[in-house]
Design a protein around this ligand. Structure first.
Ligand SMILES: [Zn+2]
Length: 251
């Protein structure tokens, strides 16, 4: 990592993750993470915690640091806490894998974004609220405009639906599970209200995911594993993916 000077805070946090998981953290750079607009990703590897950064766009160093802390924490909850990950059958296409991975991230992010503030990193980056305000504006114009906006990230309608649902769950999770200043809370609430009115073809999916998350304690490995099994079924992917824990978790 020559372009990125890690702060002592991040170095210490990554050392802690290495110690807790017993696995080295590796940071790679790539101009393409497979999802348009994605700035960072966690890649599962049995022997490492792999963080991949998209370095094609300039970002504030505080956001890059938060991204590294966020993605490495995905490794922590999988390797140390035994959260489930997706294991695919041979029939699973790259397309399905991409979709399922976004569904897993959506649920894991609730826990990840709760852990990183305990180590001095913000729950979301400086890019999040401006984007959310844009999304409120788009939703207020109706479903066609909304779908057109999210189609900038993919031309696949099912994937677009999954991305839209994950945007709802992220905002809803911040509002439900995190202590945030009232100005931010009201922006999050505005987005959820606009979304539920604007997207009759997507909100019912988001609502079902929300109900599954509320039913289980997704901040534990068991709760996350159960939730993921149910969420995978919502999209009909259960034939090509299994939810597997690195630990002997009963679920
Ligand atoms: Zn994440």
């Amino acid at each position: 990592m020559d372009y990125l000077e890690l702060s002592d805070r991040l170095k210490n946090y990554l050392l802690l993750i290495e110690k807790e998981t017993g696995l080295p953290v590796k940071i790679f750079q790539s101009p393409d993470l497979g999802i348009k607009g994605a700035r960072a990703a966690f890649n599962y590897h049995p022997d490492y915690t792999v963080v991949v950064l998209n370095t094609s766009e300039p970002r504030l160093s505080v956001d890059v640091e938060r991204s590294v802390a966020h993605e490495a924490t995905h490794g922590y909850i999988l390797h140390k806490l035994g959260f489930c990950r997706a294991v695919f059958t041979e029939e699973a296409t790259d397309d399905v894998k991409k979709k399922v991975n976004v569904l897993f991230s959506m649920v894991e992010d609730l826990t990840v974004n709760r852990i990183i503030p305990e180590h001095g990193f913000p729950p979301f980056g400086s890019e999040y609220l401006p984007m959310l305000k844009k999304e409120i504006e788009v939703a207020s114009q109706g479903e066609t405009q909304g779908e057109e906006f999210y189609s900038n990230f993919t031309s696949d309608m099912e994937f677009e639906d999954i991305i839209m649902v994950s945007r709802y769950i992220l905002a809803w999770g911040f509002l439900k599970y995190y202590p945030l200043p009232s100005g931010i809370r009201s922006t999050l609430q505005k987005f959820l209200d606009a979304y539920s009115k604007a997207y009759p073809h997507h909100y019912p999916h988001a609502r079902k995911v929300k109900e599954i998350i509320i039913k289980h304690n997704v901040f534990t490995a068991e709760g996350e594993c159960w939730s993921m099994q149910e969420i995978i079924k919502l999209w009909g992917f259960e034939g090509v993916v299994k939810t597997v824990s690195t630990k002997d978790i009963k679920f």
